[in-house]
Design a protein around this ligand. Sequence first.
Ligand SMILES: [Zn+2]
Ligand SMILES: [Zn+2]
Length: 483
Amino acid sequence: MQTVSCPGCGAPIQFLSTASVLAVCGYCKSTVIKDVASVKDLGKMAEVLEDYSPIQIGTSGVFAATAFTVIGRIQLRYPEGMWNEWYALFADGKTAWLSDASGQYTFTTEVVSTTALPAFNTMVPARSYLINGQRYMAADVRTANCIAGQGELPFQVGQGWQTHTADLRAGGNFITLDYSEPEHTRLYAGQAVTLEGLQCQLLRDEEQIQTSAGKFKGKVSALSCPACGSSTPVLPGVTNTLICPACHAQVDISGPTAQVLAVGSSVAQVYTTLTLGAAATISGRAYQIIGLMRLCDNQNTVWTEYLLHSPRAGFLWLVETDQEWYRASVMDEWPTLTQGDTAMLGSTAFQKHVHYPAKVIYAIGAFNWRVGVGYQTDNIEFQNGSTILAAEMTGTELTWSQSTPVSADQISAWFGNGVQGGKQGQDQIGPLKNVAYKWMAIIALLNFIPFLATDDSWIIIAIGCAALYYPAKYLDDLQGGDS
Ligand SMILES: [Zn+2]
Ligand SMILES: [Zn+2]
């Protein structure tokens, strides 16, 4: 360990790792470079945004049977949100990165690549790459900016520092390619971890997180829409996007301050079988619908997806088509694709059965990724019996989900009185009034010529139209239709 005096305020700054080249003074936030000859002050580092991470400088734990301590942190922002990279020092002097993206943790250490690594501009999600003798599939490819730093770090960062990264997966294995140095691509390998699995100590507790971030992490809490002021439930630190149900503004809620990304346009009322906020008890656990969206494919088939959250069990999806309901969850362990359109999950083979584009045509509520009307994915489904594995691809990301059918009776049992609203697809046919309008138009057309030619027959037409319109309006109003 090396101790230097902060050139900004004189406070002692400790370099715990010999690999560290930079430290941020805990008192005055001066960025201090540990040079061979001298200590340089590079100016102030931006304060880290108080987020919901339970990790802090000094948090300790065990990874791969070796004790580690967190000694530094960088905060990164990209178009879809932000995340923390915690710099960890092992008892044997080696270092690693503990990544925390909205509560999803991965632990990676730098490894030597035995083969040439693919260039950043060749990285495409869902494409497979041979790295160190193993085939990996690219999961996400992103460009991010460092917005703040804390503690000691192994390289020089500051505001405006940009990094290009690609994450790849093979089964439960995880690698990151780091392109932040133009002449040298770094390879990090590791796996998805949990804080319990790492036996973490000195974590921030709920009270500390709440005090610094203002809200409890992961507990449904009301957020006032910055565009219209109406209150909507969100999950602080877990959901990063809100689409206001009142004004349809798309709001970034990944940081401590909500920011409007896109103002809402007027959207026709959409009827859904289940509504935002509806509560359910599934497998003995309490769930709530926090987001819902309507999608369509290139055949104009429309379906609805509901995002449910349970404080104890996390996220769950319910998908409603015009024929069936499905229960779906995002997969942490990915299937491997073999030749001949087969996806293998363990020893179970799933056959490719459909490939289609999906586009979001309506969305409201809180989501854990950056979604909005117009968001598109390219989907491929693989089937074994009634179980479906679906790969959803965008230009920057690939996710896998697994779904199984659920009976409508089961949905009723889960939601009880929460099942309401119109039937799937009602808004496509239009409320009954629209049907009445069509008939009125036809009647008016059929009567147009005699109407011009003669007498007072318009009264009869008007009575006929009223006889069609008012019963339809009455039925629509009974069903909660809009005007
Ligand atoms: Zn200082
Ligand atoms: Zn709003």
